[in-house]
Design a protein around this ligand. Sequence first.
Ligand code: IPD
Ligand code: CA
Ligand code: CA
Length: 271
Amino acid sequence: MIQWVSESKMNINGVNLVLLENAKDLAYAAGKILRDKLYSDFSIEYKGEIDLVTDADMASERLLTKAITTAYPRHALLTEEGGKLGNPDSEYLWVIDPLDGTTNFAHRLPYFSVSIALLENGRPIIGVVYNPIADEMFAAELGRGAWLNDSQIKVSQTADLKSSLLCTGFPYNMHQPNNNIENYAKLVVQTQGVLRLGSAALDLCYVACGRLDGFWEMHLNPWDIAAGALIVQEAGGTVSGISRKEFDLTTGEILASNGLIHQALAEQLKG
Ligand code: IPD
Ligand code: CA
Ligand code: CA
């Protein structure tokens, strides 16, 4: 049962922690929809040549949108399938990917997630990413740390590229020149490997908990990375752009690492 914090209490010290619990409850509920669909039946439609959407994406998004707009009618939302909703003047924006890793889901490959971030004046203050198959809840609150289920998480201590395990992703439109193949080819021969796991939100959480040492991708959307970027930062990692130093959610590019290999990685990548 979600114990919603009323809007009038949102700025009182400590209330963000309750908001974090709300966001986790939402992700558990949406994750259950995805899990149930995966083990029963779902339908697939094509948004582009290889860009899929399933009825699981839609059902998860419907639940999240309805719950948030009912509890916080004056907030704004940005969701992958629905776009911008709610009050455009609100200082609070919920950024949601109802199913990150749809291609994996469509192949019944159990690596996908629900990603929810809450931004205050454009800055993420809460992020949760839930893998409903592994039952792993990654969560962070600005200034308070990051967790995997009940344990606090930290990035890895790997200090050089040759001992690093990295991860990346590729755009749905591989016909564009800046499709990341060159970056991949360069780094795969300098490291212990460059994986392509298929859920940017979860990939970032794997950096946060030290399973991976770094992740980068271009051509992403805010809902792919808003929660995961905060989780990496709160786990002690570094997040930046690729063609520019500063991380900006709206540019679609992200380089996240344990911090120790960040400079070496940034020098190899072309944005
Ligand atoms: C995709 C995943 C994938 C990344 C793509 C994203 P979706 O999101 O995060 O890992 O490589 O760029 O679009 O479409 O499954 O929500
Ligand atoms: Ca996504
Ligand atoms: Ca999605």
